[in-house]
Design a protein around this ligand. Structure first.
Ligand code: F6P
Length: 318
C-alpha cells in the first residue's frame, strides 16, 4: 500500500515488494488508494508481471490518498475486517510519518503485522538517512533553479524560490547548496528578517548582481514567500524581486537511479522481515546499510538537519 503524498520511487518499492513475494513464494495483494482503499477493500492480486516497466515511473500505480475515515476507530475496524476477508496476513506501508502513525495505531489495536518503507520527498523521517523520492526531488529542484538563475542573472534580479518540505528544510538546504543559492531559509533555523536584509545588502556591496534565496514552505520566519519578497523590496529598493513557487512539480517525474536502488533494497528487506515474523518496524538506509527502526521511533524521533551543511552554505554565500 502507498499512502500520503506520492514520491518518485514508490513504484520501484512496490515492484520490489511484489517481486520479493514472488521469489519467496508468497501471494501479494496491492491495496489501492491508501488507507481509504483498505477500508473499502480495494484490493488486487499482484504478480511479478503486473509490475513490469514501472521502476522508471513517477507517482504510484497503487494510487494514494489521505484518509480521514481511517483516523476513526470505526474506519480501522472496517479495514481490519477487509483484511481478514481477503486473508491478508501482513501489510507493507509505503509512505511518510502520517502513514506510519496509522500503521502503529492499527497494529496496537489489532496486532496486525506491518512494516513501513519511508517514501516521501521531504526526507523528514527518523531512522533513515534518505527517504524514497528525496533524491529525485532534489535533482528536480536544482534543475529548475539553474533555469531561474539564467533569468535572475540576465535581469539582475533577486529571486525567492519556495520549495516543499512541509516543516523540514532538507530539500531547501541540499538543493540550495547544490544550486549555489545565496541564502537558504529553513524551519530548523530562524535566520530572522534583519539578518536576511543584512546578508542581501552585503551581497550587493560585494558586487553580486543577482541572487537566489531558497525558502522552505514551512519556514518559521512568519511570512509567506510573497510577503517576504514584498518586505525585501520595500526595505531594499535597489533589488528587483521575483517569486517562484515550485509546488508539485517537485513530487513528479521519473525517479533517480539512487531512489530506484534505495526502493529496491528497502522493498526486499520489508518482505524478508515479515517472513521472519517481525512487525512494527520501518526499514531505512543508515550509512549505506539497510537497518530497521521501531515505527514509533521513526514517527517520534527527529531527523536532524546536517549542521556541517549549514556552515558550508553560510561560507558559500560570502
Ligand atoms: O509530504 C510531502 C509534501 O509534498 C510536502 O512537502 C507538502 O507540504 C505536502 O506534501 C503537500 O501535500 P498535498 O499534495 O496534499 O497538498
Amino acid at each position: 500500500m502507498t499512502s500520503g503524498g506520492d514520491a518518485p520511487g514508490m513504484n520501484a518499492a512496490i515492484r520490489a515488494v511484489v517481486r520479493a513475494c514472488s521469489y519467496y513464494n508468497v501471494e501479494c495483494v496491492g491495496i489501492y488508494r491508501g488507507y481509504q482503499g483498505l477500508i473499502e477493500g480495494d484490493f488486487q492480486n499482484l504478480s511479478s508481471r503486473n509490475v513490469s516497466n514501472i521502476i522508471n515511473r513517477g507517482g504510484t500505480i497503487l494510487k494514494s490518498a489521505r484518509s480521514a475515515e481511517f483516523r476513526t476507530s470505526e474506519g480501522r475496524k472496517k479495514a481490519y475486517n477487509q483484511l481478514k476477508k481477503a486473508e491478508i496476513d501482513a501489510v507493507v506501508l509505503i509512505g511518510g510519518d502520517g502513514t506510519f502513525t496509522g500503521g502503529m495505531i492499527f497494529n496496537s489495536e489489532y496486532n496486525f503485522p506491518c512494516i513501513g518503507i519511508p517514501g516521501t520527498i521531504d526526507n523528514d523521517i527518523f531512522g533513515t538517512n534518505f527517504t524514497i523520492g528525496y533524491d529525485t526531488a532534489l535533482n528536480t529542484v536544482v534543475e529548475v533553479i539553474d533555469k531561474i538563475r539564467d533569468t535572475a542573472s540576465s535581469h539582475n534580479r533577486l529571486f525567492f524560490v519556495e520549495v516543499m518540505g512541509r516543516d523540514a528544510g532538507f530539500i531547501a538546504l541540499n538543493a540550495g547548496v547544490g544550486s549555489g543559492a545565496e541564502e537558504i531559509l529553513i524551519p530548523e533555523e530562524n535566520l530572522g528578517l534583519d539578518r536576511l536584509l543584512e546578508a542581501l545588502k552585503r551581497s550587493k556591496r560585494s558586487g553580486r548582481s543577482s541572487s537566489i534565496v531558497v525558502v522552505t514552505e514551512g519556514d518559521k520566519i512568519g511570512k509567506s514567500v510573497f510577503e517576504l519578497a514584498n518586505y525585501v523590496e520595500e526595505n531594499l529598493p535597489q533589488y528587483e524581486v521575483r517569486v517562484s513557487v515550485l509546488g508539485h512539480m517537485q513530487r513528479g517525474g521519473s525517479p533517480s537511479c539512487f531512489d530506484r536502488v534505495l526502493a529496491s533494497r528497502l522493498g526486499v528487506r520489508a518482505v524478508e522481515l515479515l517472513l521472519d515474523g517481525q512487525t512494527n518496524l520501518m526499514v531505512g538506509l543508515v550509512n549505506n546499510i539497510v537497518e530497521t527502526t521501531e515505527l514509533e521511533h521513526a514517527v517520534k524521533g527527529h531527523h536532524e538537519i546536517n549542521k556541517e551543511l549549514l556552515r558550508v552554505s553560510d561560507i558559500m554565500s560570502f
